[in-house]
Design a protein around this ligand. Structure first.
Ligand code: 26W
Length: 812
């Protein structure tokens, strides 16, 4: 799509104007960094203009709006996305080239802001893209972390974390709105005063922090909407000690290390276990309180009343991290707008909905009750009252059933349970894949499901296919444009039409050629960055995701070691050249995950050193896996590893990105894999291993990894080989991990699934050699991926949960 109303010379003039006004320079003299900033600022201006038109329409049409609250938005780079969405990439490319600059270099200059850990944050970013493209009135709320997700360096196999200072060049997109600040209060004392029959709540001695919004505009593809992602930054309101100042201690007067200075400093780099840190709780309240004050002020300015809040506002809490929305909205409605408890509660529940993204018990948030009370005294009171009333209701439904009531209680054993609060305070709760939503109903939320079954639903995740296919794989999307027309760009389910071409030899060859070119593109980028080569004629087998035991990078390692062992036992064996690529970061305090990285690296070194391998196997650990790397890695992939223990991966979204780029999935029946298998049929996906139910049964019967170890010679050799170590590095601890740990050996059942995995992978390897058949399967996967677009996911949320509609384009 090209926007024909803007020409190359318009862009030239805009850039010249920006360079002159902002940097006092000209197109001839500008540095690359000045050009980069001028480009970003020009695009930002265009988005601002477009947004004000859109905002006016939303207001005039009295549209219901959705506010998406999430502690993470992993947006990736924005420039290319914005230029393509606005249809002005070509004009920018030509105007810049005339000035002697290459647009691709400008793209590469943009930092990749790591405002998220992984799946949850990336999903939020994909949803903003789809909501905007589909013209829904949507706003995202998050925090403006000064330091995003850490950068990963690998030093001699060890992960070393360095700070992500994305703001140095990445803040150009941000528009500070110092006119729209709110104040957030922490701690202090609460007292109650009756005034004219009305209870007044008085908070004294609190710490006050100012929340300053930094806005990032989100463009949509060929749409009228421009959405806003509002990121809150903490600023100190009281950080000026006048007493010290008048004593002449100028530096000390401003050197107060207050909460405000640390609040939005850094993103918590862990998505696998709850740390229970007070700073994290404060971050969550800061996000929630500032955002809600903002939502309420906007609503009042349009409608002058809060009585219609649920009809005009939907608030979504993305996982439990923003769950304090529930008591905070109660506080605002009761303490500021004099709502009764009953009508405040009715309003809250009708407004708020909640998505769960994990069933891992250690990731479920629980706060120490004392800490919670100390930091958020008024919120604590409200949560207690929500809980008292809820438990009283439960008592009427389940008289005498103490066990059940204590399981469902929001506060118990000195802890405030955020998942329980989220379920109780929301009108709808959803999981992120069919299987996950069923598991929620059967396990984590079983009691609630039995009590209020109508609350529970499913929305299967999706990806922004414009970023992950159109932007990341321009050759494949050009082929789709040509064969099925560009309509799939805004109507992704149209990709299904591509299946018609699976028997067209010229298309089969074109798809294969594109895969090869994408491998070359990736190998070039890798060589430029690390100075090391990858064989582009080898099969690319990729596992890219956070490093976590349940995702089972270790199962993949066992497979590679077993293949290596085959070569060692028979050095002349014929084996197709394979490159195993791993990417992902380990939480800094997650010892086992870091050891898995070290294992992968050292195995890679050992294989590289071994002359017997003769280039047939190579293991690569990709340092610093992030959104930008993923964009070029996925189009280059032949086999996508989605091998979590069934029942553990809520959905997975990486699997969808690989699929839409024509990779074949080797995976378990977990998360979205189940629906992917339904979409393409068993012949076009490689499914192996225990099902979620079988895992459960085996667990209950008693899992003994040793039995599997003893039964399979190949597995035994692979485990033993790891335990013997590589190149002098000791990995003997894995013997304890896999086999002898008294607590529980092999907690994610790698050994139970190994044989099935190994034989399924080998079947895929054989199929890969039947080149046309393989590419036909790739075409079927591409064609089947339309359902997994986030355009479909947000439509389901809009229609079934938020009850919002797109703006009416024709109305002014
Ligand atoms: C306690 C800290 C913490 C931080 C983040 C706990 C849990 C999280 C996230 C909810 C973890 C997460 O990102 N979950 C992933 O969400 C994706 C989007 O729905 C799913 O596709 C992944 O399967 C799920 O692991």
């Amino acid at each position: 799509m090209t926007n024909t109303t803007i020409t190359q010379s318009d862009i030239h003039n805009i850039l010249a104007g920006k360079l002159s006004r902002h940097f006092g320079t000209t197109c001839e003299d500008a540095t690359k960094n000045q050009i980069y900033k001028a480009v970003l600022l020009s695009v930002r201006d265009m988005l601002t203009d477009k947004r004000s038109v859109f905002k006016r329409k939303v207001k005039k049409q009295h549209k219901k709006r959705v506010y998406y609250m999430c502690m993470e938005f992993l947006i990736g780079r924005s420039l290319k996305n914005n230029l393509q969405n606005l249809g002005i990439e070509q004009q920018f490319r030509s105007a810049l080239s005339e000035m002697g600059f290459d647009l691709d270099e400008i793209y590469a200059h943009e930092p990749d802001p790591g405002l998220g850990n992984g799946g949850l944050g990336r999903l939020a970013a994909c949803f903003m893209d789809s909501l905007t493209t589909s013209n829904y009135p949507a706003t995202g709320f998050s925090l403006c972390y000064e330091y995003g997700f850490f950068h990963q360096r690998i030093v001699d196999g060890n992960q070393v974390e360095t700070p992500d200072t994305w703001m140095q060049t990445g803040d150009t997109w941000l528009v500070p709105r110092t006119d729209k600040t709110f104040s957030v209060k922490f701690g202090g004392k609460i007292s109650e005063k009756w005034d004219n029959g009305r209870l007044e709540i008085i908070n004294t001695d609190y710490d006050e922090v100012e929340a300053v919004p930094y806005d990032m505009m989100i463009s949509g593809y060929d749409s009228e909407a421009v959405s806003n992602l509002r990121l809150w930054k903490a600023r100190d309101l009281s950080n000026f000690n006048m007493k010290l100042f008048t004593q002449g201690q100028y530096m000390q007067a401003v050197q107060n290390n207050t909460l405000a200075e640390t609040l939005t400093r850094v993103l918590y780099p862990s998505d696998d276990h709850e740390e229970g840190k007070i700073l994290r709780l404060s971050q969550q309240y800061f996000l929630v309180s500032a955002s809600l004050q903002n939502i309420i002020a906007d609503h009042i300015s349009v409608y002058g009343t809060l009585s219609n809040l649920p009809e005009k506002v939907a608030i979504h809490i993305n996982d439990t991290h923003p769950a304090l929305c529930i008591p905070e909205l109660m506080r605002i409605l009761m303490d500021i707008y004099s709502f009764s408890w009953e009508s405040a509660w009715d309003t809250v529940v009708k407004t708020v909905s909640y998505t769960n993204h994990t069933v891992m018990p250690e990731a479920l948030e629980k706060w120490n009750e004392d800490l919670f009370r100390l930091r958020l005294p008024r919120i604590y009171m409200i949560v207690c009252e929500i809980n008292r009333r809820y438990c009283a209701d439960l008592w009427n439904i389940y008289p005498g059933d103490w066990d059940r009531i204590s399981r469902m209680s929001i506060i118990a054993n000195g802890q405030v349970r955020m998942a329980n609060l989220s379920v109780v305070g929301s009108h709808t709760v959803n999981g992120v894949s069919k299987l996950h939503s069923e598991i929620l109903k059967e396990t984590v939320f079983h009691d609630y499901y039995k009590t209020t079954p109508e609350k529970f639903t499913n929305v299967t995740n999706g990806i922004a296919h414009r970023r992950w296919l159109c932007e990341g794989n321009p050759m494949l999307s050009a082929l789709l444009d040509k064969t099925i027309t560009p309509a799939y760009r805004t109507d992704p389910e149209k990709i299904a039409e591509f299946a018609r071409f699976k028997d067209d030899q010229s298309i089969v060859e074109a798809v294969r050629e594109i895969k090869h070119r994408n491998k070359e593109r990736f190998a070039d980028a890798y060589f430029k960055k690390f100075g090391r080569k990858i064989d582009t004629h080898s099969l690319f087998d990729v596992q890219a995701k956070r490093i976590h035991e349940y995702k089972r990078q270790l199962l993949n390692v066992l497979k590679i070691v077993a293949l290596y062992d085959e070569i060692k036992q028979n050095p002349n064996i014929s084996m197709r050249p394979q490159t195993f690529l791993f990417g992902g970061k380990a939480a800094p305090g997650y010892y086992r995950a870091k050891d898995i990285i070290r294992l992968i690296c050292k195995l890679g070194d050992e294989i590289d050193r071994d002359p017997d391998v003769k280039g047939r196997l190579k293991v690569v650990f990709l340092e610093e896996y992030n959104v930008s790397t993923a964009e070029i890695l996925m189009p280059a992939t032949d086999i996508s590893e989605q091998i979590s223990l069934a029942g553990k991966e809520a959905s997975g979204t990486g699997c969808m990105k690989f699929m839409i780029n024509g990779a074949m999935t080797v995976g378990t029946l977990d998360g979205a894999n189940v629906e992917m298998a339904d979409a393409v049929g068993d012949d076009n996906i490689y499914i192996f291993g225990l099902t979620a139910r079988e895992v459960d049964e085996l667990w209950k019967r008693g899992y003994h990894s040793m039995l599997f170890y003893r039964e399979s010679e190949r597995l035994k050799n692979a485990v033993d080989r790891i335990c013997r170590g590589f190149g002098g590095e000791d990995f003997s601890d894995f013997e304890n991990y896999f086999l002898t740990n008294q607590n529980i050996a092999d907690p994610y059942m790698c050994l139970a699934d190994f044989d099935s995995y190994f034989s399924t992978y080998n079947r895929a390897l054989d199929d890969y050699d039947k080149r046309d058949e393989w590419t036909k399967r790739a075409i079927i996967n591409i064609a089947g991926a339309g359902y997994f677009a986030s355009d479909r996911s947000v439509r389901e949320y809009a229609e079934n949960i938020w009850h919002i509609t797109p703006i009416d384009k024709d109305e002014k």
